[in-house]
Each structure stands twice: as C-alpha cells, then as structure tokens.
Design a protein around this ligand. Structure first.
Ligand code: NCD
Length: 313
C-alpha cells in the first residue's frame, strides 16, 4: 500500500507531482459547483484524535470535492475514550474497508503503526506528536509556489519560536532541503536546542537573536508556543518571550523588508507574531488555508489513484 507518513524519505519528484496536481485542484475550488467525480465510490475516514480545525476541515472538504464518502471521527466521539487501543480501532476500521484513513495523533509514530496493520488501506499522517505533518509542508510549498509564480527553490526561510515541539517545522525542513531552500531556526535555546538543528543531516543554522536571524530572509515561518506538548517551563514568561522574539512589522522593515510571513495556525496573536503584521499584505496565512484544501485533494488522489497527473479543466 502507498502511504503519506512523512516528507523524510520522499523524493523531489514525488513532491513536484503532488504540487502539480494540487495546483490543478485549486481551480476546482474556484468553480461555482466545487465537485469532480475522481474519487466516487472511495471511502475516506478522518480519524482526528487530537484537536484540529484547519487540517480536519480541509481534509473533509478535499474528500467531498473529489466525491469521496468522508467520515469524521474525533477524539471525543471515538471509542478510544472508552479505552480502545489504536490497533483495535485500526482493526475495526479495516473491517469496514476504507480506502484512506487520515490520522492525527498526539504520539509520534502512530500513523506508521496504523500503516503497518492496515493491509488494504492507505494512511495519511495529519500530524503525529512532534514528528511530522507532511500535508502542512506541502501546502506551505504550494503557497510559496503560487506566490512567487515558480517552483519554490533557492529561498531563505526562518522558522521563529517553538521549533522544539513543531512537527510543521520538521516536515518543512525535509521539504525545503529537497527544493534547495536554506532554512534557519530562531528562538531561545530552550525552544531551539542545538540537537534539533542536527536532526536533518546537514545542520540547520540556529540564531538566538531575532534581528540577526531574520536579516535578509525571504520567508518567515511563525510558530505557536505548543504548550500542550511542553513538560516544563521553556520560557521565563510569555511577556519576556514576546519582547525578545515576537515577529513584528518594524523588525522586518529593518532587516528583511521584502520578507513574507507565514503561520500554520492556530495563531496566538500578540505572542509569536504581531496582530497588525499577520493581518497585513505581507502575510500569506489566508492563502495557506485555501491551498490546504488543494494539497489535501492532491494527497487523496495520490493515494487512492496512484502517482499520476490529474487533469481538470
Ligand atoms: C499545526 C499542528 O497541528 O501541528 N497546526 C496545523 O496543523 N495547522 C501547528 C500548531 O498546532 O501550532
């Protein structure tokens, strides 16, 4: 079975195919009647055992726009709250023969475990613990591609904030490496420890000073403080963190006037990023959400129909 578990180990060719197909899917979402029959008769189960607004909604919309039957299971509505193990949930789902299961889980590696035990079903990782979030990296790439009007290569991208707990960053670094982009991390040593920069083969440069780290970058990726994954105090206080590391229009005007700003959401306004900046023309957050649907359509097509180019017009 083909799965989409992480960007690590994928090839640039595979990512380009997904981006090409996602680009074609954008048009479907702009139609009056936003539906194509590509996945008619296919069943997609969205199993979201951790909180989500954007990712869950966009997978559901993506499946529906492709005419798949989509079923949503959330943590509170699933039998895991009654003590059922992930493997038993997997066996139960398998018996109903879905074509794709989309899993979000608080434990790193949960989608891989599911993939090992489902023999006739593809698995998409919609975020596993602090590990990977491949469709987020793909939608970030698609957003850059649509913004610059070309394949996103040769860019310098700074991720600012809670890199340590971010699966979004991990998937993005693998993706940017394949496209020849230069990634840097910015944040306090507690949130950007040296070892995190060394997990990707060639080390990722780390800056503990916001201005120095942002100097000359093309793209700023803001990150939320992921309190739900923290097992201790990583910053003295949010106020102190904000004073040192909040990404503001003023800082960007000084050191990276051309830079555009991205954020995977959910945004904690006024903490990792200034409200006026995230609402400004420099921000691509709305595009990220819109292109998220197209990327998830491409991901579902890739798993349900195989690695081929789609044509919509
Ligand atoms: C991210 C996630 O869940 O990893 N959000 C998302 O999928 N859009 C980032 C976050 O939760 O901060």
């Amino acid at each position: 079975m083909r799965h989409l578990l992480g960007i690590e180990g994928m090839t640039r060719r595979e990512l380009e195919l997904l981006l090409n197909n996602a680009h074609k899917c954008i048009e479907v979402s702009q139609r009056d009647i936003k539906k194509v029959p590509s996945l008619r008769g296919k069943t997609v189960i969205n199993l979201f055992l951790e909180a989500s607004t954007r990712t869950r909604t966009s997978f559901e919309i993506a499946g529906k726009r492709l005419s798949a039957d989509t079923i949503n299971i959330t943590a509170s509505s699933s039998s895991t709250t009654k003590g059922e193990s992930l493997l038993d949930t997997a066996r139960t789902l398998q018996a109903m023969a879905p074509d794709v299961v989309v899993l979000r889980h608080r434990s790193s590696g949960a989608p891989h475990l599911l993939a090992q035990h489902l023999t006739k079903t593809s698995v998409i990782n919609a975020g596993d613990g602090m590990h990977e979030h491949p469709t987020q990296a793909l939608l970030d790439l698609l957003t850059l591609q649509e913004h610059f009007g070309r394949l996103p290569t040769g860019l310098t991208i700074a991720y600012v904030g809670d890199v340590r707990h971010s699966r979004v960053v991990r998937s993005n670094v693998w993706a940017h490496r394949l496209f020849g982009n230069h990634v840097r991390f910015i944040g306090p040593p507690t949130l950007v420890p040296t070892h995190v920069g060394q997990c990707f083969g060639k080390p990722v440069p780390i800056y503990h000073n916001l201005r120095q780290g942002l100097a000359g970058v093309d793209v700023v990726g803001c990150l939320r403080m992921q309190l739900e994954r923290m097992d201790g105090n990583f910053v003295p206080s949010l106020e102190e963190y904000t004073n040192e590391y909040q990404v503001t229009g003023k800082v960007l005007d000084e050191v990276a006037p051309q830079a555009i700003v991205m954020h995977p959401g959910p945004i904690n306004r006024g903490i990792e990023v200034q409200t006026a900046l995230i609402d400004s023309e420099r921000s691509l957050v709305v595009n990220q959400v819109a292109y998220g649907v197209a990327v998830r359509m491409a991901a579902l097509l890739y798993l349900a129909l195989g690695p081929k180019e789609v044509e919509y017009s």
